[in-house]
Design a protein around this ligand. Structure first.
Ligand code: NAD
Length: 475
């Protein structure tokens, strides 16, 4: 029997019929309206079911990720399957607390009263995901949508086709489509979905498509979260431990062959430390992937020919300090470090999203800040220094989504840190409680006591203005 992966590989891209999309949406609307998703017991049971289903299908998912990228099993577990398991565990453990109404302080103006915020599910959510972490970026928002009591339609990326097929099969076999459904397809399907009225749209992908999504959402005044991309810098000051910085930057950059939204896109290093840092990065690459990274089982491949060809135009020989080798048949680009380049270089014109790491230098912190602030606000920023003054200067003066001091990517591993971008790198955030929160409307309700009804607010107003002024003064 053919595996899901083999079936996916054999299938050309098909777009979902609009009638089918409308039908699933109608079913989900009715299911939500009937209140099925409201009880916390239902949500918890469904999250547990998802936990179980993912466990049962773990090998299928590993295989699909390998078929799409040759994603090493450790990376597939650490950044996708294991990550989702942790988010599920956290949601199941905390859902009782998260769903409780939250009392907020009262104001004397309303005496006697108590005020509460009730988290309320939006209804039917649309979750659109990209190809680079095709499980994580579909299931992590889904966990938030489920915990918050929504129905959801999932649109995986057609580019990671094996994983999309595996997810569609797993979900359709185990979940009622009136509650969770997967719609497969490409841009056309995505646009058909976006033309519908959803109650929430959670989009992860490029900044350019993010704008299309926001425009479509505006038609229906649908609230959106946009998790987008951009050029995330790694700044290395001259007091940094350069060996450690090189290892941590190379790990964050070359994981998933650089196809990570929060990968350090480029390095900005103090000019006095540049040469040593490049040497240390060459050493780290060799330590991680040997002299022949093409033979390393721990280094992934570029997702498709289009991205491979886009990336190869960045490999101008005069700038290559480490790596630079390519193999088109295997969609392989070696872990590569570029040096002596300016912002006009092709690698500095767009988000790289591949295993190519340009190194630029600065002479003082203010100059580094200026360079970053001249461009769009990045999704992530990594700073390597133990100098607190430098840390504060950069944290205060540069706007970015999130990041780390003396590390890369690891902020995503703490679910207590809301994850999201700013400006061109996105809006809204999720992970842990923030995922529940983003899929919940905060319904604010004041419960007024009935035993006292002061007449000051009622007409005729007569000379009550003076009394009202006094009340406002006490507040
Ligand atoms: P993409 O924007 O091309 O595609 C994302 C999704 O949108 C896919 O499901 C695709 O089918 C759909 N889509 C594509 N074009 C569309 C259109 N014109 N109209 C409607 N829908 C459309 O992104 P990608 O290439 O899959 O992913 C790479 C990008 O995603 C990078 O920019 C990366 O930084 C970003 N990203 C961001 C995060 C984050 O968490 N902030 C995570 C991963 C990737």
């Amino acid at each position: 029997m053919a595996t899901v992966s083999q079936q996916a590989a054999a299938q050309p891209l098909t777009e979902e019929a609009p009638e089918r999309i409308e039908q699933v949406l109608r079913l989900q609307r009715d299911y939500f309206a009937a209140g099925h998703t409201l009880p916390v017991s239902f949500r918890k049971a469904q999250l547990r079911k998802l936990q179980q289903v993912l466990k049962q299908n773990e090998q299928l998912l590993f295989d699909a990720l390998y078929a799409d990228f040759k994603k090493p099993a450790l990376e597939a577990y650490g950044t996708e399957i294991g990550f989702i398991e942790l988010e599920l565990k956290l949601a199941i453990k905390n859902i009782n607390d998260w769903t409780k109404r939250r009392r907020v302080p009262e104001t004397l103006l309303n005496f006697p009263a108590k005020s509460y915020v009730y988290p309320q599910p939006y209804g039917v959510a649309l979750i659109i995901s990209p190809w680079n972490y095709p499980l994580n970026l579909l299931f992590t928002p889904l966990i938030g949508a489920m915990a918050a009591g929504n129905c959801a339609i999932l649109k995986p990326s057609e580019i990671a086709s094996h994983t999309a097929a595996a997810v569609a099969e797993i979900i359709s076999r185990n979940f009622d489509e009136r509650y969770i459904a997967v719609v497969q397809g490409g841009v056309q399907t995505s646009q058909t979905l976006l033309a519908q009225k959803f109650d929430y749209i959670f989009f992860t992908g490029s900044t350019q498509v993010g704008k299309t999504v926001m425009k479509a959402a505006a038609e229906h005044l649908t609230p959106v979260t946009l998790e987008l991309g951009g050029k995330s810098p790694a700044i290395v000051a001259n007091d940094a431990d350069l060996e450690l910085a090189a290892r941590r930057i190379c790990w964050g950059k070359f994981l998933n062959a650089g196809q990570t939204c929060v990968a350090p896109d480029y390095v900005l290093v103090h000019e006095d430390a540049k040469e040593e840092l490049i040497q240390q990065m060459a050493k780290a690459i060799k330590d991680f992937y040997s002299d022949k990274p093409i033979q390393s089982p721990d280094f992934a491949r570029i997702i498709n020919t289009k991205h491979f060809n886009r990336l190869r135009t960045m490999l101008l020989p005069e700038h290559i300090r480490v790596g630079g080798h390519i193999d088109a048949d295997n969609l392989y680009i070696a872990p590569t470090v570029l040096d002596n380049l300016t912002w006009e270089h092709p690698a500095m014109q767009e988000e790289i999203f591949g295993p190519i790491l340009p190194v630029l230098s600065f002479s003082n912190t203010a100059e580094a800040i200026k360079m970053i602030n001249r461009h769009e606000k990045p999704l992530a920023l990594y700073l390597f220094t133990n100098n607190q003054e430098c840390q504060e200067q950069i944290l205060k003066q540069v706007a970015f989504g999130g990041g780390c001091i003396n590390d890369t990517l690891s902020h995503l591993a703490n679910p207590n840190l809301p994850f999201g971008g700013i400006g061109n790198s996105g809006q809204g955030s999720y992970h842990g409680f923030a995922s529940f929160d983003v899929f919940s409307h905060q319904k604010s309700v004041l419960h007024r006591g009935t035993w006292l009804d002061l007449p000051v607010r009622y007409p005729p107003y007569g000379n009550k203005l003076g009394v009202l002024r006094k009340v406002f003064k006490w507040l």
